[in-house]
Design a protein around this ligand. Sequence first.
Ligand SMILES: NC(=O)c1ccc[n+]([C@@H]2O[C@H](COP(=O)([O-])OP(=O)(O)OC[C@H]3O[C@@H](n4cnc5c(N)ncnc54)[C@H](OP(=O)(O)O)[C@@H]3O)[C@@H](O)[C@H]2O)c1
Length: 209
Amino acid sequence: MKTALVFGAAGGLGRAITASLQSADVRVLGVARDEGSLAGLVCTSADLTVEHEVAAACLWAAQEAGSVDLLVFAAGRMAHSPLAQTSAEALHRLWADNLLSAHLVNRHATPLLDPQGHRVFLGAYVDKLNFPQLGAYAAAKAGLDAWVRVLIREERALKTTLLRLPAVDTALWTHAPFPLPRGALSPSAVGDEVVRCWREGKAGVVDLT
Ligand SMILES: NC(=O)c1ccc[n+]([C@@H]2O[C@H](COP(=O)([O-])OP(=O)(O)OC[C@H]3O[C@@H](n4cnc5c(N)ncnc54)[C@H](OP(=O)(O)O)[C@@H]3O)[C@@H](O)[C@H]2O)c1
């Protein structure tokens, strides 16, 4: 049986990705800020912006599974405020939840990945995020986009996917300055696409429309 390690497993997309993987007979290990929110899943807690917590979660995963076949980074946070009213602390926290978290997860979880394994990072259509009040979030997602693209080029031996998403109907949008856009995808469509990318070995930048 293949094993996947999902970071951000309690989020709308993390849960849907977990469900799609389980339907495909994949064993899922979950990491969430609060493992209590993940009843029924083999999981542990970590704040993904705190390096020793990410390292401990990866040690736990190594003890559970030895190595993993798929890593999924599905954590992040949206927040809105005009740039002039965004404090340095709020900016740092938002960038950490969206970008530092990916960096720490990659540093500590990639050593667990089977050499034939695959990493998937959820990204966004960064050029469509330039809305008033979303400056800090848009900058975080643009940073993540660039960060994954460089990772792909630096580590060509490993399959890595930046899966760019349009709007998806999750609780993320309760923190947006406007309602969920019409035509938003269902989280399960994203879960199924993650499984497809992995099964078909689709690496690089993949745009889900
Ligand atoms: N939904 C969309 O339309 C969409 C589109 C493009 C990209 N994305 C990206 O996809 C990712 C998942 O989004 P989603 O829609 O599933 O949002 P969500 O339902 O709000 O889930 C996000 C998850 O990330 C977790 N998280 C945030 N910061 C964390 C931290 N420091 N440590 C541990 N966990 C942390 C949250 O935990 P807590 O609840 O404990 O904070 C939450 O479980 C995000 O990066 C988002 O930006 C989403």
